[in-house]
Design a protein. Structure first.
Length: 75
């Protein structure tokens, strides 16, 4: 019998913008103010944007981008 991990069973495959913002603990206004390379990966279905990047992966990518920017400024 194959069992799913609890995170795979509970994490959605796609996130609405309000749900993603709540999971990342920032406002929708902050989301819309992000530049293109700092926005989470998403697809558009009709009028809806579905975010396909998990919040934890997005925050890790954002932290890496910030540390790279800080080290570039220090050099």
């Amino acid at each position: 019998m194959m069992s799913l991990s609890t995170t795979a069973a509970t994490d959605p495959a796609g996130w609405s913008i309000p749900a993603f913002c709540a999971a990342c603990n920032f406002s929708r206004a902050s989301f819309y103010n992000l530049s293109g390379d700092l926005r989470p990966r998403s697809v558009k279905l009709g009028k809806r944007h579905i975010i396909i990047e998990q919040p934890s992966a997005y925050l890790a990518r954002l932290a890496t981008a910030q540390s790279a920017a800080c080290s570039a400024e220090a050099a």
